[in-house]
Design a protein around this ligand. Structure first.
Ligand code: URA
Length: 434
């Protein structure tokens, strides 16, 4: 099959067969097609779309372009959670140990943050010594011992996605539902899981800015995962304001620890418990969602969730003392407070601006190879709906480099709106697909 014929076929809006899609994916992995032909095919897919059957075939081919973990010797169902990316979203650090404490096997491949959204990989790297470069054997061993293991995405798993994503990034071909869905689901299939809880973020800080496109993405991920034999539940959740109050890697680890001690922000706790409860139900450990929620809350309030996180950190080479003494986590050398210039109600805490500002401080990266500073970030003093006097703190900025602070400040001051009348309070969970 000649590359140019397959590209033309998709360009004309015709459906590609399973074998033709496999040819394209194999060519991406082996380098048999040059980048310009791969990119032309990607653009044809963006412009012409793909049917559900084509998207499913693309997902399966990308998942099988590398290793697929086999975890069949571990008793019980393996369940993971995936978020489409948000600001201040540290729920993985909370729900993974909570679900594991309820008996779920949680194999997790953590992504690095890119652009204004954070990644679980970078948050865990803020824990001194925590090692995410696990071999398959070490990953397997950790799952056996503590019921949860978290590793970084490597070239071993879904390598076709890595290659195609890098091309999409520079050829204007990221925005395509079949490409996004196959990219996400192929990596999840490679984990060898049985079930998946999806958290599709919606709002100014998310990939999908409005509810209908977030719901469309959720439905599409749901359909593809199901077609590949996964049991899926999906939530569409608000990402107009950051989740919780901490944005930045070590700051978010501290907030996750507070949450596991029952002292976290309400939204962080509620979403973590909701997602973990769905993992527990999907694992077949609870008869109903209510029962699953009760189990997760018990794991939280009894401290078993925190103890499970300690076991995960210890197993993966991290310093468990950080869990008790957060001064052992990276700390920025300077603070800067932004205060309100008028009294009133907070009507906006703009997630995207805060995410971009913390990236400029050094908490995130623009390109995959950029280094990050685990200590810097922002601690929000207010959330949407709060009533505040003039001069009240809005956000405390943690920074190391004064030049970076100057770059981030305009975005941070612009992220808050204070008005005379109270806003409608946003719902955290917008839609549920099960
Ligand atoms: N996240 C992914 O992993 N892939 C995409 O294409 C978009 C978001």
């Amino acid at each position: 099959m000649r590359a140019v014929d397959l590209i033309r076929k998709k360009r004309e809006g015709l459906s590609l067969s399973e074998a033709e899609i496999a040819t394209f994916v194999t060519a991406a992995t082996t380098g048999a097609w040059p980048d310009y032909q791969l990119s032309a095919m990607l653009m044809a897919i963006v412009c012409r779309g793909m049917s559900a059957a084509e998207t499913s075939a693309l997902t399966a081919a990308m998942a099988h372009s590398g290793s697929i973990l086999t975890l069949d010797d571990l008793p019980g169902r393996k369940v993971d959670k995936h978020s489409t990316g948000g600001v201040g979203d540290k729920t993985s650090l909370i729900l993974a140990p909570l679900a594991a404490a309820c008996g779920v096997i949680v194999p997790m491949m953590a992504g690095r943050g890119l652009g204004h959204t954070g990644g679980t990989y970078d948050k865990l790297k803020a824990i001194p010594g925590f090692h995410l470069g696990l071999t398959q054997e070490a990953f397997h061993r950790a799952l056996h011992r503590v019921g949860c293991a978290i590793m970084g995405q490597t070239a071993e798993f879904a390598p076709a996605d890595r290659i195609l994503y890098a091309l999409r990034d520079v050829t204007g071909t990221v925005e395509s539902l079949p490409l996004i869905c196959s990219s996400i689901m192929s990596k999840k299939l490679a984990e060898g899981i049985d079930a998946l809880v999806l958290d599709v973020k919606c709002g100014c800080g998310a990939f999908m800015k409005d509810r209908s496109s977030a719901l469309e993405l959720a439905r599409s991920l749901f359909a593809i995962g199901t077609a590949q034999g996964l049991q899926i539940e999906a939530l569409v959740t608000d990402m107009n304001q950051p989740l919780g109050r901490a944005v930045g890697n070590a700051l978010e680890v501290r907030e996750a620890l507070d949450t596991l001690r029952g002292r976290g922000p309400r939204d962080v706790q509620d979403l973590s418990v909701q997602l973990a409860a769905r993992m527990v139900r999907l694992a077949g450990k609870a008869a109903s969602l209510g029962d699953a929620e009760a189990q997760v809350l018990d794991a939280l309030h009894s401290g078993r969730g925190l103890e499970r996180l300690r076991a995960i950190v210890t197993e993966q080479g991290g310093d468990p003392h950080c869990l008790d003494d957060s001064r052992l986590l990276p700390t920025a050398s300077h603070r800067h407070l932004v205060t309100a210039t008028c009294p009133g109600f907070v009507t906006e805490v703009h997630a995207e601006r805060i995410g971009k500002a913390t990236m400029l401080l050094g908490a995130g990266r623009e390109r995959v190879q950029d280094p990050i500073d685990p200590a810097v970030g922002a601690l929000l003093a207010v959330k949407v709906g709060d009533e505040i006097p003039v001069g009240a703190p809005l956000v405390e900025i943690h920074y190391n480099d004064p030049q970076r602070l100057q770059a981030a400040l305009p975005l941070l001051t612009d992220a808050f709106r204070v008005e005379p009348t109270p806003p409608p309070l946003p719902s955290l969970i917008l839609d549920i697909l099960e």
